[in-house]
Write a protein that binds this ligand. Structure first.
Ligand code: NDP
Ligand code: MG
Length: 382
């Protein structure tokens, strides 16, 4: 079990739930990071007493240092600070819960420092999956999924003696708030409607990604890297109740699923305690209360983001970093009410035409593709 944990993005939805798991299990916290939420980070540092705390900017770091002047804690900032937290000496595991591909360099830094990774930050694998998986193999570190679908697949795989027997992965998707709607009817939806997820309470960016189904596209790519399964063997099925968190199908057509109430504390805890299990502070699943589990095919015409991610995956190289970078910018513009909801899918799709994909040989290839995608989005939204 993880004994000493650094948490990147400790003030977010996953970060705060991770801290409650740590408290329950007595896991020692070695580093905590936030972007701008200084009040919450101060409270977390006082409670969990890490060696290092990181803020998004120098001025916020100076402010935090001042607020914590009665405590023995180092304060850093920015991307260098995130990397410092990722490599913090006493940590054995780093839980990556920042939002966006800003998490890629810190994740590679943690792997190089031989830390196991509990990975929530899916954009990291979408942008630079080949680099991350190669580095993990070379350094002999484990990458444990925190994302609920990937944790479900990981749990189902525990009984798989040989990966050759595995036929496919079946990722479930809630379908979000706009399930059953047509593309045209989504043109005028508001930010508030898109942020109103039926089953999960999450950060703003992933909530918009769930509404556009970009989240499921990102997860198909994430699964491809985590489990080394070709993208043609990864299916998506819409499952409105979010009780079946994902499935695997064997070559004899037997399907194994992982079920539970929709609560991220289960996958967070399993990533930190694997292979052991401990009692968890979540509701018990009562199927007689749920009554019905429904499943549908995804609508690839309305949810263009999902189609774009599959296309990016088949192009390969930096194409997934391009789709991801374009989406990060498009979601920001939508949240700022500068573009419409359906523009997000159009932009992600068009970014794949506008920015040429290349092979990935190093981190710079990914960073260059990401920047080109963001520049493309900025150029069309001016
Ligand atoms: P939140 O927006 O709630 O939290 C994000 C965290 O990252 C916060 O601590 C935030 O700091 C910090 N952060 C944001 N931007 C930056 C930046 N530029 N530099 C450094 N730190 C930054 O997100 P979630 O917790 O919902 O999601 C985190 C990751 O986990 C995402 O990749 C998401 O896709 C993935 N995930 C989330 C799930 C969920 O249930 N929430 C489920 C599965 C995966 P501050 O608070 O100061 O802004
Ligand atoms: Mg998920």
């Amino acid at each position: 079990m993880t004994k000493n944990l650094s948490i990147l993005g400790s003030t977010g939805s996953i970060g705060t739930q991770t801290l409650s798991v740590c408290e329950k299990l007595g896991i020692n916290v070695t580093a905590l990071t936030a972007n701008s939420n200084i009040g919450l980070l101060e409270q977390q540092v006082r409670r969990f007493k890490p060696k290092l705390a990181v803020m998004g900017s120098e001025s916020l770091a100076l402010d935090l240092k001042q607020r914590l002047s009665d405590m023995d804690v180092k304060v850093s900032y920015g991307l260098d600070g995130l990397c410092e937290a990722a490599a913090e000496e006493s940590a054995d595991t780093v839980l990556t819960a920042v939002v966006g591909m800003i998490g890629l360099k810190p994740t590679l830094t943690a792997i190089a420092a031989k830390k196991n990774i509990a990975l929530a930050n899916k954009e990291t694998l979408v942008a630079g999956g080949s680099l991350v998986m190669k580095a993990a193999k070379e350094n002999g570190v484990m990458i444990y999924p925190v994302d609920s679908e990937h944790s479900a697949v990981f749990q189902c795989l525990q009984g798989c003696p040989d990966k050759k027997m595995l036929k496919k992965l079946i990722l479930t998707a809630s379908g979000g708030p706009f399930f059953g709607r047509s593309y045209d009817s989504l043109k005028d939806v508001t930010v508030e409607q898109a942020l109103n997820h039926p089953n999960w309470s999450m950060g703003a960016k992933i909530t918009i990604d769930s509404a556009s189904m970009m989240n499921k596209g990102l997860e198909v790519i994430e699964a491809r890297w985590l489990f080394d399964v070709p993208v043609e063997n990864i299916d998506v099925v819409v499952h409105r109740e979010s009780i079946v968190h994902s499935m695997i199908e064997y070559n004899d057509n037997s399907v194994i699923a992982q079920l539970g109430v929709p609560d991220m504390k289960i996958p967070i805890q399993y990533a930190l305690t694997y292979p052991e299990r401990y009692p968890c502070d979540v509701g018990v699943l009562d199927l007689s209360q749920v009554c019905t589990l429904s499943f549908y095919k995804p609508d690839y015409d309305t949810f263009k983001c999902l189609r774009a991610c599959k296309r990016a995956m088949s192009v390969g190289g930096t194409a997934t970093a391009i789709a991801n970078g374009a989406n990060e910018e498009a979601v920001r513009l939508f949240l700022d009410r500068k573009i419409s909801f359906t523009d997000i899918g159009d932009i992600v799709w068009d970014s794949l035409d506008a920015v040429g994909a290349r092979q990935i040989t190093c981190l710079d290839d990914v960073l260059t593709a990401d920047k080109a995608a963001r520049d493309f989005v900025k150029s069309i939204s001016r």
